[in-house]
Write a protein that binds this ligand. Structure first.
Ligand SMILES: [Zn+2]
Length: 304
């Protein structure tokens, strides 16, 4: 259920249908989606809530406000991409879960480097690596953060599991969205330089991506606290870092992109907030939703 007005809904549908017509003519995955009577759907991406940061109650209040706004906005479900609490503060997990109880949509969380596996499993979700299917898309969630590193890690057994998930998705003609806290994409200054290094599973992951090029739509991450930032240089996959609900930092990314110091894309917005993603009919739209304000800047991509 969404709280979109009929007018908004019709407007979104028209936009997406226009995009869909263009995409169909180009022979994209729209064809598969049409066969399955696949309509566009929306979901919410929250990341880096960092409850307890600097021993302040503000992050908890931001989480409560975010939940209220998510409840009254569009989105079939919510993804939380990690760093549920700050520095693994044990007392903050029950507070996170108590606030979460007010959420009226299903939520799927993964841990970040500020979460410990033990506390995350005890309080938030007992299974970390898991998947669910929604509207013809398999969402594959996995933990790739270590509490003693800013880099990401994908183990051999996780790679085997990811390979099996992709094979099952292919057999069922599902598209794939990967979700893990630390990005896989190589990056350096002006970005953070934190990612899954080649020896830590990056090479094998991108080999798997290449095998399923066209089926994998998105890789979603948190971790950078730098608004909506991403790349699209591995096949047609969109790799996205999502904003923090707690705080974002200005790394002058717009200037670095325009001067050629960085590649990829950046949505010029850094207020605390979350993302509303709309996916379907060959098109992705990521709308930045600052807390307390209407949706503003967005990023869109098409599969052709
Ligand atoms: Zn974080």
């Amino acid at each position: 259920m969404t709280a979109e007005s009929p007018q908004q809904h019709a407007g979104n549908r028209r936009q997406l249908l226009r995009a869909g017509i263009a995409a169909t003519a180009a022979g994209t995955w729209t064809d598969c989606l049409a066969e399955a009577d696949m309509d566009a759907f929306s979901f919410v991406i929250v990341s880096d809530t960092h409850l307890g940061r600097k021993d302040s109650k503000t992050p908890e209040k931001q989480w409560q406000q975010g939940i209220a706004e998510i409840n009254s906005g569009p989105g079939d479900f919510v993804l939380h991409l990690g760093d549920v609490v700050d520095k693994a503060r044990a007392t903050q997990y029950p507070r996170y879960v108590a606030a979460r109880a007010e959420l009226t949509k299903p939520i799927h969380e993964i841990p970040g480097n500020h979460d410990t596996t033990e506390l995350f499993q005890r309080h938030v979700c007992d299974r970390i690596d898991r998947s669910f299917d929604h509207n013809g898309v398999r969402f594959v969630l996995f933990g790739n953060a270590h509490s003693d590193s800013h880099d990401g890690f994908i183990t051999t057994s996780q790679l085997a599991w990811l390979t099996e998930e992709c094979a099952q998705a292919a057999a069922q003609d599902l598209k794939i969205v990967f979700c893990c806290h630390v990005p896989i994409h190589s990056n350096g200054h002006p970005d953070r330089g934190w990612y899954v290094k080649p020896d830590n599973g990056q090479t094998e992951f991108y080999e798997l991506l290449a095998e399923h090029a066209g089926r994998v739509l998105l890789c979603l991450h948190g971790h950078f606290h730098n608004g909506i930032r991403g790349w699209r240089d591995h096949h047609s996959v969109v790799e996205v870092l999502c904003p923090s609900l707690c705080y974002n930092q200005n790394r002058n990314m717009a200037e670095h992109l325009s001067s050629g110091n960085a590649s990829g894309f950046f949505v010029p917005e850094l207020r605390t907030g979350y993302t509303i993603a709309t996916l379907g009919n060959g098109r992705l739209v990521l709308q930045y939703k600052p807390l307390g304000s209407e949706v503003g800047a967005d990023y869109s991509a098409e599969w052709k």
